[in-house]
Design a protein around this ligand. Structure first.
Ligand code: CA
Length: 232
């Protein structure tokens, strides 16, 4: 088995070296970058299995880099773990959601880091390898590109399918319209944010017969969320 490759993007050299050392000792192959530009160059050169990105970088923020990677077709499936210096930052990142697969607050032990890295890699490296997701009777069959409730196929347009797929793969999190545009439509397409509302309405209508339309929730002033939990 070839070693999994991790790209570490961190400008503070002692920290970067400490992380790299821990990863290497755990059997990973490590590449290092000191800023977003170097990270870009490294990514263009060879695709790693996972990227660790520090939140504070000299050129752009780690969050911006993560967002950019998650927006681009070639890198959107690349797992990202963001490193932050403070718990408040971690909260902020979680709220903003750059599409990172996980967050870690410094300081952390090499052991903790390895555990998180392995957990994210185990998820399939990319969530995209998951074939089916189920919430109660609602089943997303990604291989067949369809959604079922029991034996019945839910009739969905292509955009509604992609929206629902995204929601079911990322439940219990609020996404702004802008984020949905990035993640569902792809960053380079020009679509008005209002268009999303139209597709959300259509999606809800398709789920109405089964009573699952309530899972596609509007979060005032923030965006939308898919939640199969009871709405209070
Ligand atoms: Ca830093």
């Amino acid at each position: 088995m070839t070693a999994k490759q991790i790209l570490v993007v961190e400008d503070e050299r002692p920290i970067r070296e400490m992380i790299a050392f821990g990863l290497k000792r755990a059997g990973f192959e490590v590449r290092e970058a000191g800023d977003c530009r170097a990270a870009r160059a490294a990514l263009a050169n060879q695709r790693p299995d996972l990227v660790l990105i520090d939140w504070m970088l000299p050129d752009h923020s780690g969050l911006e880099l993560t967002r950019a990677l998650k927006r681009e077709r070639d890198t959107r499936d690349l797992p990202v773990i963001i490193l932050t210096a403070r718990v408040e930052e971690a909260d902020k990142i979680a709220g903003l959601d750059g599409g990172a697969d996980d967050y870690m607050t410094k300081p952390f032990s090499p052991r903790e880091l390895i555990a998180r890295v392995n957990a994210v890699l185990r998820r399939g490296g990319s969530v995209d390898e998951t074939e089916t997701v189920r919430f109660e009777q609602l089943l997303l069959d990604r291989a067949a590109h369809r959604v079922l409730v029991g034996e019945r196929a839910v009739s969905l347009g292509p955009t509604e399918y992609r929206l629902l797929e995204f929601f079911m793969m990322h439940p219990e999190r609020v996404y702004s319209r802008e984020q949905l545009l990035d993640r569902v439509w792809g960053g380079n397409v020009y679509v008005e944010e209002r268009t999303i509302d139209v597709h959300i309405r259509r999606l809800r209508r398709s789920l109405e017969d089964y009573g699952y339309d309530r899972w596609v929730q509007t979060v005032r002033g923030a965006g939308y969320r898919f939640s199969a939990r009871a709405v209070s």
